[in-house]
Write a protein that binds this ligand. Structure first.
Ligand code: TYM
Length: 339
């Protein structure tokens, strides 16, 4: 990435937590949009391991999951000729900027974050300051590259809105510094639901394995999970209020086949849920097969992965350092020769 962001190309930033194998929700809501964006934009993608320690995670597991996450993103089509893909903790500017941004963020704003409320209810014994402050680190991830656009699923909309508020506030206080980023939320699949409780989002941390399709699941597993998906007592494959399970399966089918929902409804007109669920399972498995294949190859080459995340991390650090230095000057820190 060149020092100056070329005027004609906007910059994309997005991140994903390495807390487990990615779900079909992560894939449809976020990752599958990342590769096509590389054609038009300069893209910066990041495995956010610093975010992952806001809930308790075994260190050996975090290390392993971080490398696996990195390999999964490459397998999903992130092309290092066009994009940067690195590990957050390798680039200290994110955490450094987040401290400064903390001082432009209100306690009340963070208290209103629904993900904080949900996670603190889920882990009442560990409502740590990092969990509370998480959206500020996320804002720093984005603002330290002056990103224009942030592709995320629906559940990150509130965090992104806060990042915009922080950017505007900082610009108002210290003069124009940050680009105010826009969310890029895909029209289909921005919220993929659990297969077992289709009113809840599909989540890596779900304890019921049948609720979640993982992008590395094999074909039989994917088909079995789709067949067991909770639906309703009717038999019509139509997208309609109250048919949460079927709506979710139609959304998934549409996302992996590229067919519209009305096209899918027509295709399964007069056929029962059994046929439809099997077709969804097969379509998802076929769509993910190349990802699984590429992942198997990549994860066995730790040397290559290291070369990639080291090179991208160094470049991300160089680029973000310029923004951080500007911020440090603006807030009145004495200039240092140390970095
Ligand atoms: P994370 O790791 O929970 O999820 C990664 C991406 O997947 C999307 N996603 C979903 N989309 C549709 N349906 C679902 N069921 C579903 N579950 C997850 C998320 O919206 C997200 O886009 N805070 C972020 C990571 C992050 C970040 C950032 C993102 C840290 N810094 C800066 C963008 C920019 C998170 O926890 O995502």
């Amino acid at each position: 990435m060149s020092e100056q962001k070329p005027a004609e190309k906007k910059l994309i930033f997005s991140g994903i937590q390495p807390t487990g194998t990615f779900t079909l929700g992560n894939y449809i809501g976020a990752i599958r949009n990342w590769a096509p964006l590389q054609k038009e934009y300069r893209c910066v993608y990041c495995v956010v391991d610093e975010h992952a320690i806001t809930v308790r995670i075994d260190p050996a597991k975090l290390r392993q999951k971080t490398l696996e996450a990195y390999a999964q993103l490459l397998a999903c089509g992130i092309d290092l000729e066009k994009s940067l893909l690195f590990i957050q903790s390798h680039v200290p500017t994110h955490a450094q900027l987040s401290w400064v941004l903390n001082c432009s963020t209100q306690f009340g704003e963070l208290s209103r974050m629904t993900q904080f409320k949900d996670k603190s209810q889920k882990h009442p014994d560990d409502v740590n300051a990092g969990l509370f402050d998480y959206p500020v680190l996320m804002a720093a991830d984005i603002l330290v590259y002056n990103a224009d656009l942030v592709p995320v699923g629906e559940d990150q909309r509130q965090h992104l809105e806060l990042a915009r508020v922080i950017a505007r506030r900082f610009n108002g206080r210290y003069g124009d510094t940050f680009t105010v980023p826009e969310a890029y939320i895909a029209p289909v699949g921005a919220k993929v639901m659990s297969l077992q409780e289709p009113t809840k989002k599909m989540s890596k941390s779900d304890e019921n394995p049948n609720a979640v399709i993982l992008i590395l699941d094999d074909k039989d597993t994917i088909i079995r999970k789709c067949k067991r998906a909770v639906t309703d007592s009717e038999s019509e494959v139509v997208f309609r209020e109250g048919k949460d399970g079927i709506n979710n399966l139609l959304t998934i089918y549409s996302a992996v086949t590229g067919k519209t929902i009305p096209e899918a409804e027509k295709e399964f007109d007069g056929q029962g849920y059994g046929t439809f669920k099997l077709a969804v399972g097969e379509a998802v498995a076929d769509h993910l097969a190349p990802v699984r294949e590429a992942y198997t190859r990549l994860i066995s080459d730790k040397g290559y992965l290291k070369e990639c995340y080291t090179r991208c991390g160094a470049e991300a650090l160089r680029y973000s350092m310029r923004v951080l230095n500007k911020v440090y000057r603006k807030v009145g820190f004495v200039q240092s020769e140390l970095h």
